[in-house]
Design a protein around this ligand. Sequence first.
Ligand SMILES: [Zn+2]
Length: 329
Amino acid sequence: MQILRGPGGLVIAAGIGALLSCALLAYAFSWRVRGAIQNRIAHADAVWGVVIAGAAAACLICLAVLAIAATSGTWTTRPTAYLGLLVLVFISAIPVVLVEFGLRPGAAADTAPVRATQGPEASRLLVVSAHPDDLELACGGTVARLAAQGSHVKVLVMSSGTVGGDPAARRREAVAGAAVLGVHDVTVLDFADTRLADHSRELIEAIEAVAVAFRPTVVLTHSEHDQHQDHHAVNRAVVRACRQAPTILGFESPSATRAFNPSVFVDIDGFLDLKVRAVASHVDQAGKPYMTAARVRGVAAFRGTQAKRVHAEGFEPVRYTTSLQEASL
Ligand SMILES: [Zn+2]
C-alpha cells in the first residue's frame, strides 16, 4: 500500500483503471453488438451507439484529467483522484451491464404477446439466410416467438440482394424487418447476390467465424430442398460451418421445392401479425407475389393444419436435439 501513497501511485492506479476500462469497452464492442452498430440505420441501434460512444468519451476525459493531475503533481487530494478512477471504471461497465441484461435501447420494442422464461433449448438462436427478406418470409413467426421468450437471436444475411433490388434499401429493410420481430443483432454481408455458390469456401469461413464465437444452440437456415441457387449454397455452407450446433433446421422459403417436407413445426399463433408486419417492411420487394399478407397467412394456416395448430411454420431438421420436457421451440 506504500506505493499508492507515493508520487507514482496515482499514475499506476490510472494505468490499471485505463486498462480495465479499455477491456470493458472492448467487450461491449464485441460480437454481441457489433452487427447492430454496423447497421445503425435502425433508430434503436443508433441510440445504443450513442450510449457506448458517450461512455467511451467520458472515460477518455477522466483519463486525461487524471493523467494531468498525476504528472503535474498539482493534484494534492489523492483520495479524490482514486474516487475519479472508480467512477471511470463504473462508467465503462455501464454498456457491459446493458448488453448482459438485454437492456440496450430497443430490446423491448415490438413486445410480442407472450413473454416466457428463457428456455435452454433455444437460448442462442442463429439465423443464416442468403438475402434480406428470407428470414421474415420463412421463419419470422418462430424468430419473433423465441425472441419474446428471451432467446438471444443473431441474424446473418450473406448478401444485400443487389440483383433483386436496391442494396442500400434492402440492407436497411433487413434491419427494420428483424426489429419488428424483436431482433436487433443483424449483420448483412456483401457476398455476390445470385453467385454465392461460386464462393462456397468463403461462405463457410464467414459463417464458421460467427458460429465459433456465438456457439448457437439452434441454427435456422435454408432447406436443401430449395430451387434458388443462393439458398442451396447457404444450406450447404451452414451444415459444414455449424457442425458443432446441436440443432439445425431448414426453413421454408417461397422457393422451396415440392420435396420440402417438414417434420418439425413451431406454433406461431399470436406471432403471425408480427411476421406479416416484418414481411411488409421489405418495401423494395413489395411487388413480388409471395410478399402479400394473404400468401404469408395462407402458408401459416396450411402448416398449422399439418401441425394440429392454428398457425405454424414448418422445418426440415438436419438434426434436432431436445430434452422432451423442454421441447419448446
Ligand atoms: Zn432469398
